[in-house]
Design a protein around this ligand. Sequence first.
Ligand SMILES: Nc1ncnc2c1ncn2[C@@H]1O[C@H](COP(=O)(O)OP(=O)(O)OP(=O)(O)O)[C@@H](O)[C@H]1O
Ligand SMILES: [Mg+2]
Length: 241
Amino acid sequence: MLLVRRTRKVEAARVEAERRAELGEVATGLAHEIRNPLNAMSLNLELLEEQLAKGSSAVSSAELAQATRVETGRLARLLADFLSYARPSPLVTVPSDLNEPAAEAVAFLRPEARSRRISLEFKAHDGGAPALLDAARVKQVVLNLVGNALDAVETVGATAREVDVAIEDGGRFWLLTVSDLGPGFDGKNSDIFRVFVSTKPAGTGMGLPIAERIVRAHGGELTLASQKGEPTQAVATFPKA
Ligand SMILES: Nc1ncnc2c1ncn2[C@@H]1O[C@H](COP(=O)(O)OP(=O)(O)OP(=O)(O)O)[C@@H](O)[C@H]1O
Ligand SMILES: [Mg+2]
């Protein structure tokens, strides 16, 4: 009995230590993400103060105010993303057609793709793809994955400015695939699913962790695969209804 009790105590302490380590890592990431925009804002405000005091200006006051507002927008987005990851509201699933939220997300991003001169194609599954879905959250998944694909084909090393989204039959699951002809990524696949891991100057590194949470909450999996000379593919699976 004593031994069992002691083992349980050790186990509980281990779980608590792990939880704290994880929390510490996330807090460090968040602090790091907040520091840059705060520094930029503080610097802009300092310059603005000097200008107001002296009436001189190399950069206009309007420009400084605008740059500061851009940084507040960045902080607001970071906070919204972080909360949707850390405190996700429960899914509200209803019988749906996976084609629909996917098509809506693609339609939403089409003007942006066009203005960035990227071809964005969508191939629905003929005859529908019935599944139990929270459509708004599934749309978020597609927005995040296609957003990454658009960024990828804009970097050096991309073989073509083309992104394809498709819904296919994968047996017990529907497969939602986003492929791009960008350069892919190095390193371990699992790293890019961690919060605040980003290689983009304006990226928060929340896109994939949020998408993964939503897909898992639906009972599916999200994987990202990249091989030299092949399209990078993000595949989200959704159990069929
Ligand atoms: N299709 C892709 N091709 C190449 N690299 C990718 C692709 N998708 C994701 N990545 C890599 O994974 C990183 C994390 O992606 P994630 O969507 O989580 O964050 P982000 O796009 O950097 O920022 P955010 O989505 O919060 O604006 C990216 O910075 C990029 O390095
Ligand atoms: Mg992203």
